[in-house]
Design a protein. Sequence first.
Length: 486
Amino acid sequence: MLDEQGLAAMPAVEMVAGFADRTLSPVQVHDAVQSVIEARESVLNAFWVRDPDASRKAALASEARWAAGEPLGPIDGVPVTLKENIARRGVPMPSGNAGTEPVVPEADAPVTARVLESGGVILGSTVMPDWGMLSSGVSSRHGISRSPWNSAWTTGGSSSGAGAAAAGGYGPLHVGTDIGGSIRLPGTWLGLATLKPSYGRIPLDAPYLGRVAGPMTRTVADAALFMRVLSRPDPRDWSSLPPQDIDWSAPAGDVRGLRVGVHLDAGCGEPCDAEILAAVNRAAAVFEAAGAVVEPVEPFMSQELLDDLDLFWRVRSWNDFRELAPESRLRVHPYIIQWCQEGADVPGTKVLQCYQQIMRIQARTVAATLPYDLVLSPVAPVAAFPAEQPMPFMGDGKTMRHIGFTAPYNMSGQPAATVNCGLTEDGRPIGVQIAGRRFDDPGVLRAAAWYERNRPAQAVPRWPDGALGAPTRGRTTWTTLEGEKE
C-alpha cells in the first residue's frame, strides 16, 4: 500500500488505470496530494490561489463518475495545477506583479475549459514572477518559490510555481506557459519532463508572438497523456493549428536511422558549464549507440539577434509599466523596473528592426534544424542558481544570456521537450532539450520517451519526496542589474 507521498507522486497514467479498475479513488489521491501540499507549501510557495474544499468536491464528483463507468475524459480525477496567467473564471490574475490590479476573468481560458471538460481536478493557480519576465521564482507579489530538491535553489521561471508543484509531488499534471523558455527552464533546473509544443498546438485565449502553454510533468508518458486534453481545438484562438487527430499514446519506438543534430554552442549568451555539455554529450551518445546518425549543429544565433529580442520584450513591458499609477510602479520588482526602463523612448524604427530580427531568428532556426529529425542541446548554460537571484546571470546587459538555446524554438514555432539527463557534482538536475521539425510534437515526445527509457541510471531523477528544510526567513533582498544588494 502506497503512503500519501507515494499516492501524490504517482504518474497520471497509473492513477487513471487505478480509477478504472477501482483499486484507487480520486478522493483518496486528492487527499494524499493535499497532505503533501500542507507539509511542503510553506517552503515551496507554489500556489497563488488554492481551494482544497472545491477541489475535493471535484474529486468526489469524479469518483461518482468512475463508479458509474462514465468518466468525462482521459484525466478524470487526476490532480492538475494551472499557471496564474491561464484564465479561470472569477480567479484574479496578477501575473506575479504587486504593482498591477489583477484582472478577474469572466470566462475560462481554453486550457482551463479542456481540463474541466475532461474531469481534471484543478487544485489551484500557481505563481509566476513579475509579468513572466524573470527566469526564477522571484516575484514582487508572491515572494520566492523554491526548489523541492533544495530550498536554496531556484525553481526557474517563469512557470515557477508549476515547476515547484511538479517536482514537489503536488500531483502529476501541471500547465506552464513559455515565450522564451519558461516551461523548459524549470524543466532543466527541476529534473522534469516538459514540452513546449508547436506554436498554435494548444489554443490560448491571448495568443502572442512565440507564446505557448504546455505540460510540466515528471514523466514523458504523463506529458503525452496531458496533450490529449490540452491540444483539443478552441475557436477563440485565431492563431491555433487546425484540429488534427494525433495518437499521443504512440509507443516510443526506435531511433535507429534518425538524423540527430547536437547543438552545443548557441552562438550567443554565456558559455555552457562543462558539466552541462558533458551531460548533453552523454545523452547524444545514447542515441548514437542505438543507431541514430549523430552530427554537430553549428551555431545559428548571434548576440545581436538575442539582444534585439530582449529589447523588443523590454519595450513591451515598458508600455505595461508606464500605464501603472506612480505609487503602483514602486511595487514592481526593482529588477524588472531597471530592465524595462531600457525600453523607454525606443523609436518605432528600432522596434520594427527588432521585429524583423525575430523573423531572422525564425528563418535561421528552421534552416539550421531542417536537415535533422531531432536536435539535442542544453536547455540553459548553467544549472540551478540561488533561489533569491532574479536571473541566472546578473549585471547590466546579461538579462537574457541564458535563453540562446530555448528562445529560437519559440520564435520558429518548433516543438521542444526536456528530459533529465544528469546531475551536477552537487546534485543539481541537468536537462537535455529535444527539439523537432515544425508541428512534429508527437515525434519529439516519442524521442523523449525513448531517451527517458534508455538513459543511464545516473540520469534518472531520484525525486525529493522527503521532508524539506525551511530556508532562513527574514527581510527580502533584491539583486539589481549591477549585482548589488539593496
